[in-house]
Design a protein around this ligand. Structure first.
Ligand code: NAD
Ligand code: UGA
Length: 445
C-alpha cells in the first residue's frame, strides 16, 4: 500500500486516483476547482465516464480515496505526487504548461522529506527536466530539505473506456534519470501484469506524442483512402477489413468517418508539429494528417450543399455531439466543427446527444437542442450522424422518414446499413462507401 497524491481531477486524474485506490493504495485527489471538489465529496462526478461513479463511491466508502483543494493535506506523507492537470493548446499550437508549472511550484513549496513526482499530463519533450529545475530553484537551500525525483508516466487511456484501459493497459511507460524512482513507480503497476518499459525522461515523453500522432495518422490515412473509394466505387469498410487481417497492419483505428476529435489528438499532433518546427525539422506528414482531418468535416458540408442546392435556411439535424461515444466530452468534437461550418452557410441546426447536452449548451449558440433523435428529425432537410452512440444504432427509420422534410441522411460514422435506408426512400451518404458515385460516374474505371 502506498500513499499517493493525484493533482487534477479531470478524465485522467480522477480515473488514476480511483483506480490506484481500488488497487489498495491510499489516495488523495486534489484540484484547484473548489466546486468540482465539493461535488466529488458529495459523490457527484464532474465528467461522464462509464463505471467511474461506482468505483469512486466504493473506494471513498473503503476509506482509500479522499478529495481536497488543500495541497498541504494532499501532500502530507505522500510518497508519490501524480501530476494530471490539463495541457491545452497555446496560441501557436504549443502545449500550454501553465498548469503543470503551478502544480510543480506548489509541490516545491509544500512537499517534505522524500517524494517522487510522476508526470501523467501529456507534455513536450524536456518538460521533466524543466519541472526538476523549477523545483530545485524554488527550493534551493531552504529547509527542510526535499529529496525528489521526477518520473514521466504518460497516460494512454481512452475516454469512454478509461477504467478498463487503466486496469488492463497494453503497456506502462516510465521515464526517468533516476532508475530507482522509476522502479518504485513500476511497483504501483506490477499487479496489472503488463509490460513495463523503463526509459529516460525524454524518450518516455516522446513515446506519448508518437503514439497519439501515429493513431491520428492511421485515421487520416483511412479517411484519405475513403475519399478515394468514394470516387472509384469501392467500400472503405471492406477495404479496412481486408487490410486489418494483415498482422503487420491490424484492424484497430481504421474506421473512416468525420475525422478525429477530442481533447488530445488535435492538441497533441499540433504540439508535436510545433516542437518539430521549433527544432528545425519539417513535419510534413503531421501537417498532412491535420489537413486531411480538417477536410473531412468540410467534405460533409460539400456533400450536403450539393444535395440540397444551398444550405441557406435548410434545417440540418445532428445526432451526436460528443467527440466519440460514451463520453460527455465535446472538446474539438467533429460535430461542433460541423455545426459551425453549416451555420456559416445559413443552415438552421437541431441536435441531440445522450450525454453531452450540458456541455454543448455552454458552447453552442443558435442550436435547438432536442430531447430525442425523432425531435431532431422533425422537419429536417437532412440528418447527420456525427457520433456513433449505441442509442442511434436501431432507430425507427420509417418514422424518421415520415418526420423529415427531405429524406437525406449523412452517416458520418458509417453506422447504418445503406440498403434498407435506401429502400425506405432515403438518399444515403456514408464515408467512403462508393456505390453511389460509381453509378453517377457511369461505371467508368
Ligand atoms: P481535464 O481538463 O479534464 O482536467 C484537468 C484538471 O486539472 C481540471 O479539473 C483542473 O481544474 C485541474 N487543475 C488545473 N490546474 C491545477 C493545479 N495547479 N492544481 C490542481 N489541479 C489543477 O484534463 P484531462 O483530460 O484529464 O487531461 C489531463 C492531461 O492528461 C492532459 O495533459 C492530457 O493531454 C492528458 N491525457 C488525457 C487523456 C484523456 O483521455 N482525456 C488521456 C491521456 C492523457
Ligand atoms: C486517444 C488515444 O486513443 C488514447 O490512447 C490517448 O491516451 C488519448 O487519446 C489521449 O492522449 O488523450 P481518446 O481521444 O479518448 O483517446 O479517444 P479515441 O478512441 O482514440 O478517439 C479519438 C478520435 O478518433 C475520436 O473522435 C474518434 O471518433 C476518432 N476515431 C477513432 C476515428 O475516427 N476512427 C477510428 O478508427 C478510431
Amino acid at each position: 500500500m502506498s500513499k499517493i497524491c493525484v493533482i487534477g481531477t479531470g478524465y485522467v486524474g480522477l480515473v488514476t486516483g480511483a483506480c490506484f485506490a481500488d488497487l489498495g493504495n491510499e489516495v488523495t485527489c486534489l484540484d484547484v476547482d473548489q466546486s468540482r471538489i465539493e461535488r466529488l465529496k458529495q459523490g457527484i462526478m464532474p465528467i461522464y465516464e462509464p463505471g467511474l461513479e461506482q468505483l469512486v463511491a466504493q473506494n471513498v466508502r473503503a476509506g482509500r480515496l479522499a478529495f481536497t483543494t488543500d495541497y498541504r493535506q494532499a501532500l502530507d506523507g505522500a510518497e508519490f505526487a501524480f501530476i494530471a492537470v490539463g495541457t491545452p493548446s497555446g496560441v501557436d499550437g504549443e502545449a500550454d504548461l501553465q498548469y503543470v508549472r503551478m502544480a510543480a511550484e506548489a509541490i516545491a513549496d509544500i512537499a517534505k522529506g522524500h517524494i517522487i513526482i510522476v508526470n501523467k499530463s501529456t507534455v513536450p519533450v524536456g518538460t521533466g527536466d524543466w519541472v526538476t529545475d523549477i523545483i530545485r530553484k524554488r527550493r534551493n537551500g531552504t529547509r527542510p530539505l526535499l529529496h525528489f525525483s521526477v518520473v514521466s508516466n504518460p497516460e494512454f487511456l481512452r475516454e469512454g473506456s478509461a477504467i478498463n484501459d487503466f486496469m488492463y493497459p497494453d503497456r506502462v511507460v516510465l521515464g526517468s534519470t533516476d532508475r530507482q524512482a522509476a522502479s518504485k513507480v513500476a511497483e504501483l503497476y506490477v499487479t496489472l501484469r503488463c509490460p513495463i518499459l523503463i526509459t529516460d525522461l525524454r524518450t518516455a515523453e516522446m513515446i506519448k506524442y508518437a503514439s497519439n500522432a501515429f493513431l491520428a495518422t492511421r485515421i487520416s490515412f483511412i479517411n484519405e483512402i475513403a475519399n478515394i473509394c468514394e470516387e472509384l466505387g469501392a467500400d472503405v469498410q471492406e477495404v479496412a477489413l481486408g487490410m486489418g487481417y494483415d498482422k503487420r497492419i491490424g484492424p484497430a483505428f481504421l474506421d473512416a468517418g468525420l475525422g478525429w476529435g477530442g481533447s488530445c489528438f488535435p492538441k497533441d499532433v499540433k504540439a508535436l508539429a510545433h516542437m518539430a518546427v521549433l527544432h528545425g525539422t519539417q513535419p510534413q506528414l503531421l501537417q498532412a494528417v491535420m489537413e486531411i482531418n480538417r477536410n473531412q468535416r468540410r467534405r460533409v458540408v460539400y456533400k450536403l450543399r450539393k444535395a440540397l442546392n444551398s444550405l441557406d435556411e435548410k434545417v440540418i439535424g445532428i445526432l451526436g455531439l460528443s467527440f466519440k461515444p460514451n463520453t460527455d466530452d465535446i472538446r474539438e468534437a467533429p460535430a461542433i466543427d460541423l455545426i459551425h461550418l453549416l451555420q456559416n452557410e445559413g443552415a438552421i441546426i437541431k441536435a441531440y446527444d445522450p450525454q453531452a447536452m450540458e456541455n454543448a449548451r455552454q458552447v453552442l449558440k443558435r442550436v435547438k437542442l432536442c430531447e430525442t433523435p425523432y425531435e431532431v428529425a422533425q422537419d429536417a432537410d437532412a440528418l447527420v450522424l456525427a457520433t456513433e452512440w449505441n442509442e442511434f444504432k436501431q432507430l425507427d427509420f420509417e418514422r424518421i422518414y415520415q418526420l423529415m422534410r427531405q429524406p437525406i441522411i449523412m452517416d458520418g460514422r458509417n453506422l447504418w446499413n445503406p440498403e434498407p435506408l435506401r429502400s425506405i426512400g432515403f438518399t444515403y451518404f456514408g464515408v467512403g462507401r462508393g456505390t453511389n458515385n460509381h453509378i453517377l460516374n457511369n461505371n467508368q474505371p
